[in-house]
Structures are given as C-alpha cells and as structure tokens.
Write a protein that binds this ligand. Structure first.
Ligand code: PMV
Length: 338
C-alpha cells in the first residue's frame, strides 16, 4: 500500500460507522480443476450480500481491543470460536498494517449476511472482502484490487487450506470472471438467453475435505486412479474453455451439455453427493438444459440452466418447483444477461 493511497479526507475523524460490502458467487464451471491450475468461470450472485461495519471503540492503538457481532458469535473477538479464526487473523493483520500507522485503536465489528454458509457460495471469502473494505475505510486507506485479493487470500487459506483464489476474486467483482491461478484475471459481461437456477441442498458442503480427496486421487499410489483423476482434471479444463465459447456465442443447449459432462466428471472425482444428484436429476427431468454441482461439492448448492426462449418463461417455475419437490431448501435465479 503506497502513501499516495492514503485518503487525507478521512484522517481527521474516526467517529461513526465504516462499512464494506461483498456478494455471493456461483462457480459456473471449473471448481476443483481450478485448484490444479486449470481455468474456471464464476458469476456474481448479486441477490446475496455480505456487509461488515466497523466502529471505533476507544481502545488504544498500542493495545487495541476488538469485538464482533455476527450470526455465530457475539463478544470479544479473542474469545471467538475456531470457525472465526480466519477473521481473527485478518483483523490482527489489518489493524497492524492499516490502522496502527494512522494511530487508530480497536473497533467493534458487525457482520450481516444473506449468503448461506458452507454452501459453495463464497461466504468465507465475502466476509473477508467486506471486512477488508470496512477496515480500509476506517483507516482512510484506498486499497488496490490486488491488495484486497492478497488480504482475502490470507483469510481463505486459513478457512480452506490451499484456496485457488477464485472465491476471493469472484466475491469482490460484480461481473463474470475467467480465473486461472497465476494468470491475469478476465472480467466480462455475460449476455446469454438463459437463467441459472441455484438450489441449496440444505446440507453443508465439504470443500476442504473434497479438495484434499481430489488431491489424494491425483497423487494415489494406484497408477490407474491417479491417471484417471488427471484425465478428469484436464477434461474439466477443456470443458471450461468450451463453456466460455458457448457463453460468448449464446449457445445455451451446448452450454447445457457441457454442464452435464462437468457434473459426470466431478462425480467421478467423488465430490458430488446423493442430495446433489437428486436435485440435478430433478432439474434435468423438469426440462433444464443441463445441471451440475457448484463449489466444493459433497453438499451445498447445484445449478440448473434454463433457456429464456420459453414464452412466459414458465419453464423457470417448472424447474424451480421440481427442485423444491426434490428437497431444495432454497432457490435463487441468476440471469445470464444484464
Ligand atoms: O465451496 P466453495 O464456494 O468455497 O468453492 C470451492 C472451489 C474449489 O475449486 C473446490 C476450491 C478452490 O479453492 O477453488
């Protein structure tokens, strides 16, 4: 962070509330293979929101005190449970690097969210992005996108282990992103005649375990298993390239086939689950062009592609109803245009 990024207008007063926001995300295609340096495409789910607010509590900059109020815990941040250890570390680093140089002390944090947790919607990355933005605002510092990403990754690596960075990027951008580890990010407008229906199985996802299990397959001592896993990861990379072409040409039927094959490939990598399979089957039978899990899998959410060319768009409701009848706890509509 360079000195010219310090916003002088914010130096005089630290009274009041400083707010940062982020949103949920959906991985269209490329989960798991993205960890192994293949591309992935993610879309913002702007109908879900994470908001973090910080307010000075008067504690000294030499011995700052932090409290947090969120769905899981209310009280001193130092006493927060293990599932908030990413937030604890992030606050300690941001306080040290952004607030103390300004002579600023501790603060109280309030988190409110409409992003379901552990459902593959990027809730842990979104809380980090929102908090980083709120604390930067409190410190009067303007952070570059890369700095927000780097801080988010500190939190994500605590929450998920070896996180690819896809969630950190996707929850901070309000456009579709093409992401490949170590490569320049591409952000694009999606203009396709279709809508993704997102459905929650109601079962917590198991991203960390699923990522570990895929790695174990790739490095298995059984050469047949390892070779098959490597082929699956390569195939997911190719399907992601094909999905980008289908998106740019507006070829919804082709995109449906691609999503279906991605689901088969993810299943072969053992990251689907009976609950996901049930919703995916129901969506296909009700007329969706394709369906797959989204995110880490083993629970969490699935997506189904529905074309917009249906008069009155009754197909959307038909598929939505079929998903609910098959056990979906909640559904969201994510139009692939505008
Ligand atoms: O379950 P989510 O939303 O955190 O998505 C995880 C995506 C993975 O590719 C499985 C892991 C990663 O770090 O990219």
């Amino acid at each position: 962070m360079s000195k010219d990024k310090i916003n002088p207008g914010k130096q005089a007063s630290r009274r009041g509330k400083y707010t940062g926001q982020a949103h949920g995300k959906i991985i269209l295609i490329g989960e798991h293979s993205v960890v192994h340096f293949k591309p992935a495409i993610a879309l913002p789910l702007m109908s879900t929101c994470m908001e973090a607010t910080v307010e000075a509590n008067g504690s000294l900059s030499s011995a700052p005190n932090f409290s947090i109020d969120c769905k899981y815990f209310s009280g001193n941040l130092a006493d927060a449970p293990g599932n908030l250890s990413n937030v604890k570390s992030l606050v300690a680093i941001l306080s040290q690097q952004l607030c103390r140089p300004q002579g600023l002390g501790g603060f109280n944090i309030d988190i409110s969210s409409s992003i379901p947790q552990e459902r593959g919607m990027g809730s842990s990355a979104a809380v980090a992005v929102a908090l980083i933005r709120a604390i930067a605002d409190y410190a009067g510092v303007v952070l570059a996108d890369q700095e927000i990403f780097d801080y988010t990754q500190i939190s994500e690596n605590i929450a998920h282990g070896n996180a690819s960075g896809l969630d950190s990027i996707a929850t901070a951008h309000d456009k579709a992103v093409w992401f490949e580890r170590g490569q320049e990010l591409k952000v694009f407008d999606c203009q396709c005649p279709g809508t993704l229906l997102v459905a929650d199985t109601g079962v917590k996802g198991g991203t960390r375990q699923a990522v570990d299990d895929v790695r174990a397959l790739l490095y298995s001592q059984e050469r047949g298993l390892a070779r098959k896993a490597a082929e699956d990861i390569d195939r997911l990379g190719q399907l992601t390239e094909e999905a980008a072409q289908a998106l740019s040409g507006g070829y919804m039927r082709k995109l449906g086939y691609i999503l279906d094959e991605a689901q088969d490939t993810l299943s072969a990598l053992t990251v689907s689950s009976p609950e996901l399979d049930r919703l995916i089957d129901a969506a296909r039978q009700a007329g969706a062009l394709g369906a797959k899990l989204t995110g880490g899998g083993r629970g969490g959410c699935m997506i189904a592609l529905v074309p917009d060319d249906n008069p009155g768009s009754t197909l959307l409701s038909v598929v939505e109803n079929a998903l609910r009848a098959a056990g979906a706890r909640r559904t969201w509509r994510l139009p692939l245009h505008g």
